[in-house]
Ligand binder design. Sequence first.
Ligand code: GCU
Length: 426
Amino acid sequence: MKVLILFGLLVSCYLSNAQFSIKFEPNYDESKVPEFTVTDPLTTFKGRKVRNVRVWEKKRRPELLNFFTENVYGKVPGELKISEWKIVEKGENAVNGKAIRKQVDIIFEKGNNYLRFNILMYLPKNIEKPPIFLGYNFYGNHTITDDVNVLISDAWVMDNPSFGIINNQLTEQSRGVRINRWAVEKIIDAGYGLATIYYGEVDPDKNDFYDGIHPFFYENGRQQPAANEWGSITAWAWGLSRALDYMENDNEVDATKVIVFGHSRLGKTSLWAGARDERFAAVISNNSGCGGAAMSKRKFGETVARINNSFPHWFCRNFRNYNLNEEALPADQHELIALIAPRPVYIASAEEDQWADPRGEFLSAFYASPVYNLFGKQGISYEKMPAVNQPVQNTVAYHIRSGIHDVTDYDWEQYIKWADRQLVNK
Ligand code: GCU
């Protein structure tokens, strides 16, 4: 009987997925974006108007944070501190002699569980305690540079034959394959450090919860998080906070000036990391799209149902309540951006990245801005999108670059210019 029920369930799941994928046609037509009311970040769920920073901080911010925690990304089920860190490698002559390189293992141990992730850091030699860009990479630290001293991760990785990555393993063959996305020398020349981590070391990006950081918190034979507990995005965001814990103990960096950065799924992650953890000084989301900066209710390009179907492990299970039901969302992604206020936030889109809904990413920045104004900070004051390659760089910053879904030198040049003004007062 049980077997039959299980079989029935599997078949119906399969059918509903199959039907969904047959039916799903992304909308790329602005005239077909549904009309909807934009929820007001400055009105509480009970309808009270927020007129000052105190009410924002005491009432509205906590209830919004709670909404995203319980219904979108999932909460971290408990506390886990770093057990130990180890500087496993250090070089005094990196990036054409301009930087030191440090590779630091961050280790967690609890019961039978063990996890280690490695932070690769490049720090400019001529600046004492530099501000630092911190961001995950997709295929291992050794892919962001041709520096032969960068260690190769032994964690599970998604195959990518064009990068020579097969059997879910990294080898020397993939060294430097992502150099184009990381303007290391520009960052160092501008007086910033760079810290990066392979995201798969914190939680492998696959639809199970057996590996990575999740199992540290299972009790009584449980094998997956509860409906309001963390998917992978929260796990990755949690990892960024632990990297920051480490930096607070590293006297070679300025931990009060850590700019958390991420692209695409890792841009969703950087926004959530910055919203959850107010120690991050500034946040950059590069082409983060659905579940990141883009407003879900627009249903332009990728939608909630589509992302939950394709990547069932990214969000918490409660987020599925909004599959084909975005209208019911009591808060949209602009309110995620608002949670970062008054700290600087940069949202960037790419013109050809329609799947991520550039206009929806821009509108989030715009609709989050009243919260920045409440703090006396300048957000995005015009509802009209700026032209391609014409950045608007206030405390809330936005640009749409020409080209595809990617991270380019142009993007990094903007982030540096903006950080110079917002964080370093250059
Ligand atoms: C897919 C996914 C996006 C995500 C992107 C990425 O395209 O649909 O939501 O941002 O992958 O992370 O590369």
